[in-house]
Design a protein. Sequence first.
Length: 181
Amino acid sequence: MGSDGSPYLALTHRSLNECFVLTDPWELAGGGEIVQRYGAPAIYTAAGEKDGNHVFGMGSEVDGGSWNGVHNAQYRNGKIGIFVNSDGDGSAVHEFEFKPVFEKDVVGEVGDEVFDVEWTGVSMPFVTPAQGGARAIADGVYVVAGGASNTGLWVVSADGEYKNYEGQGVSVYDSFSFVEA
């Protein structure tokens, strides 16, 4: 639910590399409008050739072409957290401000920058080709599952401190934890 009590639905799409939020079509008459996008889905030409990447929510300074795999949206305290299988040299936890934008309120062309928000990205010391997940357990603290990287379960902070609890050789698909403070 949004701060105004409106129902929303957040979805991730692994291979399209984004999280999007829409008004909940099951709870809200006329729902289903996309009100937020965050991530780096590819841009294609009419001929079906890749022509760069969007950078929804992150600003134009981000290279979205390095993203591969987005999972597990979780809302907590006005922010949405996601796990990215590969964001350059490592897997990553991203947490971004939940800030719905309704098309009727947009003046001018709707471009990537319409969805710009405050966000934090924490790179992990591993890359997982599949699976994995992250959940906020406190402000700026996340439980991270290494997925197919076989690096086990981690706790990481937004300032880059890591603690590995399961060690090498253990595959944890997702942490699936949720802590309500």
